[in-house]
Design a protein around this ligand. Structure first.
Ligand code: PLP
Length: 424
């Protein structure tokens, strides 16, 4: 089947709202390291890692061998009604890495399900259907997670099983507090949080859920300490705090293993997915034991934590810890951000270069500073023509997102910078 026919069949049978990148979408045929090759034989350097799914790159022998060994047992999966060795081992590791006291772990198949689970736990625990989220956030595509998502482009439904109020703090570049110092920005966001709790909720809110660095929202990160200041207010009201680490977990932000650690707070729960499986479908929640255990009825996921996914995830986690990929993310992330800031210096189309570690956003603007999504499309296509895959995002679709596998090398960062300089 040729490319045109596959594309036509895709469009005929898949929903119109399912986004595909590029005017001529790519079908991957093979991959290795940080490079992917399409069916037409073109190879690209991948600086979006799927959507941050390929944490350690493609075709890693340690991961493939571990999965193959599990396949060879004949047990792809039966159900989570039986004990699964790799599931228990993975849960123990994540509980320990989380830093959450008495932590327990529940596995899902995606970030969406992880956040749905966290919302279910928090609302049951607090017997409240009220939730606080950040403007410009993205938390998933099921009923409750869509409802709390504060980004019009991704809020696929206007109906909601929870009552949600949104606060400032996530997307600084276009916020009314943008020009304040870091300390005053934090103060302004805290004042906003207090006002929202006092004026838009009944006070008995279940939880706040937030991404330490907003992913779909364009890799925008608040000043360190914002969430510690938020947590003080939340504690006054007994409101739980859930950190959505679906994009920021596993050391990708460089400085810390979890994005929230930059703020010096321990959340009541964290949700994770994406990079953990290095391409396999796995997500989950790690939470305080009393919060995790608050459900009284049975609840399980047939596939969540299955042997293939947890075996691949264990191998991925071991690999990224053994090779200290967090340190690589910190070092090469600094180089990437520094290089892009130099490129941006004489290019007025670049309004902002931001991020941490290997989560770097480049916000493109028009002459008047307004969001310019057409430029982001042009950069996406231009980079592809030159052999580089990047991501796109932001409330207005005008942010280029760079998030290569955490195994990326210095040479590859220089190669990407050269291409981006040319394209920009
Ligand atoms: N939370 C965040 C921060 C995300 O970026 C995403 C996906 O992009 C999700 C949740 C949803 O994860 P999934 O697409 O695996 O359901």
């Amino acid at each position: 089947m040729g490319h045109e026919e596959l594309l036509a069949r895709h469009r005929a049978v898949m929903p119109d709202w399912m986004a595909l990148y590029y005017e001529r979408p790519i079908e991957l045929a093979s991959a290795s390291g940080r490079r992917v090759t399409d069916r037409e034989g073109r190879t690209y350097l991948d600086f979006f890692a799927g959507i941050l799914t390929n944490a350690i790159g493609y075709d890693v022998a340690e991961i493939s061998d571990a999965i193959r060994a599990q396949l060879d047992t004949g047990v792809l999966h039966s159900s989570t009604l039986y004990l699964i060795r790799s599931q228990v081992e993975l849960a123990e590791k994540i509980a320990e890495l989380s830093g959450i006291p008495d932590a327990k772990v529940f596995f899902t198949n995606s970030g969406t399900e992880a956040n749905e689970t966290a919302l279910m736990l928090a609302t049951q625990f607090r017997r409240s259907d009220q939730v606080l989220a950040l403007r410009n956030s993205y938390h998933g595509r099921a009923f409750a997670t869509v409802a709390i998502t504060g980004n019009r482009g991704w809020s696929a439904s206007s109906l909601s099983p929870v009552k949600v109020s949104w606060v400032h703090g996530g997307y600084r570049f276009r916020s009314p507090f943008r020009d304040l110092s870091d300390a005053d920005y934090v103060k302004a966001c805290v004042a906003d949080l207090r006002e929202v709790i006092e004026t838009t909720t009944a006070g008995d809110v279940a939880c706040m859920i937030a991404e330490p660095i907003q992913g779909v929202g364009g890799f925008s990160s608040p000043p360190d300490g914002l969430f510690a200041a938020f947590k003080e207010v939340l504690d006054e009201y007994g409101i739980l705090f859930v950190s959505d680490e679906v994009q920021t977990g596993w050391g990708r932000t460089g400085e810390h293993f979890w994005g929230i650690q930059a703020h010096g707070v321990t959340p009541d729960a964290m949700t994770f997915a994406k990079g953990l499986g290095n391409g396999l479908a796995i997500g989950g929640v790690v939470a305080r034991g009393d919060l995790m255990d608050c459900l009284t009825a049975h609840s399980l996921s047939t596939f969540g934590g299955n042997p293939i996914a947890t075996t691949g995830a264990l191998a991925t986690l071991d690999y990224l810890l053994d090779h200290d990929l967090q340190a690589n993310a910190a070092k090469l992330g600094d180089r990437l951000i520094g290089g892009l800031r130099s490129v941006a210096a004489d290019r007025p189309a670049v309004g902002d270069v931001r991020g941490k570690g290997l989560m770097v956003g480049v916000e493109l603007v028009g002459a008047d500073g307004a969001p310019d999504p057409a430029k982001a499309v042009a950069v996406l296509e231009g980079a592809r023509e030159r052999g580089l895959l990047v991501g796109k995002g932001g409330l207005y679709g005008n942010v280029i997102r760079l998030a290569p596998p955490m195994t990326v090398t210095e040479d590859e960062v220089e190669e990407a910078l050269g291409i981006l300089e040319d394209v920009l």
